[in-house]
Design a protein around this ligand. Structure first.
Ligand code: LRH
Ligand code: MN
Length: 430
């Protein structure tokens, strides 16, 4: 019997928090009122926000140097949905799941769809996988993706990669998803190993064929990454290549920005501004990183960068968060996967609250007048505001938790599912 978290349980275990919350919220409302800010609009916008949880990040992640599973990991896609339902119960902001095929390969998609609906979840962008040799994606091992997939010199390998993407789309249609994300590990490890142009042209052609296979109401997202597992050149390394590939693929092809897929010191908020400006910003894989594609907790290393990315989104959305795809893509080597996803979602809710507090009129005036100090002051006034009462209130209005991390611990979710699932079975995924 799956472990469920109910709004009533949350109210019970947080009874001692409510009075302080209401006091803090009233104090902030009074402070913001003096700045001409009506908190209800901001609370409503935060409450409307939702970020998809990655089905591949509900187990303990690892590296080539080791993996330290903690037990109680989901043994099936259904149990992953149980965990995401628990996550959504305490955050009120993870209302969809992004599946990764064949790590998730449901035998009965219709049954999985109604299982998800029963726990209040929907299916976000699907993810294909032509970066591993899985029997179900390599024609039973007839082909290998060792030297790439859509970029491969062998037409049989390219054909199989297309078949797999079409199969992922068909599965997504049955689940009610309306998008597919295509990240390719294709590239080179050695100078001269392949021809840059011919590799890129093969990928461009392959993505165009995937675009042509999209149902009318679907979009596809091309995800760039500078390196790993290709360590000399990735075929789609940066936003420029990704934009060229999306434009060549078709009208409903856009670019997905994984925050960890940028070389150190890349101005990611500017990348977001560029892609939004040309109407090709499809969505995000939120995470954070210090060095490479570390897939760490969102906003845990570069919180100000996250704030600036959100600011570009609010600019693009005309004062609110635009209708693009928001997804988390993380890997949890040390933290409990659910607690890490709680903190990533919480960081996003805070960055959005701070972004919505920016006085955008004062900012553009300072910009027009070339007054960088005043512009910085306008940004800092928002960034330095303690928005925790706003975020907690938005969650409370979604019947979720004022303090999700403390509450998921007080409810003993992990130990309850561990008792049910045991320690043996690591979850499929990263
Ligand atoms: C590649 C990536 C991609 C997924 C994978 C799980 O690094 O970000 O989005 O397919 O992680
Ligand atoms: Mn990603």
């Amino acid at each position: 019997m799956a472990v469920r978290i109910t709004p009533e349980q949350i109210v019970d275990v947080e009874a001692d928090l409510l009075a302080d919350h209401e006091r803090d919220l009233a104090a902030l409302a009074e402070q913001l009122d003096r700045r001409g800010v009506v908190i209800d609009d901001i609370v409503e916008q935060i409450a409307r926000f939702s970020v998809a949880a990655p089905s591949w990040a509900l187990g303990t992640g690892g590296t080539r140097f080791g993996r330290f599973p903690r037990g109680g990991e989901p043994r099936s896609t259904e149990e992953k949905l149980d965990d995401i339902a628990a996550l959504n119960a305490v955050t009120g902001a993870n209302r969809t799941v992004s599946l990764h095929v064949p790590w998730d390969d449901p035998r009965d998609p219709a049954a999985l769809r109604s299982y998800a609906a029963d726990v209040g979840l929907g299916f976000d962008a699907m993810n294909s996988n032509t970066f591993q040799d899985n029997a179900s994606t390599t024609a039973g091992g007839e082909i290998s993706y060792k030297f790439g997939s859509l970029a491969h010199t062998d037409p049989d390998v390219r054909k199989q990669a297309l078949e797999h993407n079409r199969a992922v789309i068909e599965l997504g249609v049955q689940l009610g998803s309306t998008a597919i994300t295509v990240w390719l590990a294709d590239g080179m490890n050695h100078p001269g190993q392949a021809n840059f142009r011919r590799q890129f042209e093969r990928v461009a052609e392959g993505l165009h064929e995937i675009h042509e296979a999209l149902p009318r109401d679907w979009e596809m997202y091309v995800e760039h990454k500078p390196y790993e597992p290709s360590f000399y050149a990735s075929t789609n390394p940066d936003w420029g290549s990704s934009l060229l590939l999306a434009q060549h693929a078709g009208e409903r092809a856009k670019c997905l920005v994984d925050l960890g897929h940028h070389l150190p010191n890349t101005n990611i908020e500017q990348v977001v501004s560029r892609l939004a400006m040309v109407g090709r910003l499809g969505g995000f894989h939120f995470n954070d990183s210090k060095y490479g594609d570390d897939d760490l907790t969102v906003g845990s290393i570069h919180p100000y960068q996250l704030f600036l990315v959100v600011l570009e989104l609010i600019e693009h959305g005309g004062g609110g968060m635009p209708d693009v795809r928001y997804m988390i893509d993380a890997s949890h080597n040390l933290k409990d996967p659910l607690e890490d996803l709680v903190q990533s979602t919480d960081q996003l809710q805070h960055a959005i609250a701070q972004g919505l507090l920016v006085d955008r009129c004062a900012l553009s005036e300072a910009q027009e007048r070339n007054d960088p100090a005043l512009a910085a002051d306008v940004l800092q006034a928002a960034y330095r505001t303690d928005v925790r009462p706003l975020v907690a209130e938005a969650r409370r209005r979604n019947a979720a938790a004022l303090n999700p991390l403390m509450t998921i611990r007080r409810l003993g979710y992990r130990s309850a599912v561990r008792a049910e699932r045991g320690d043996g079975t690591p979850a499929s995924g990263l």
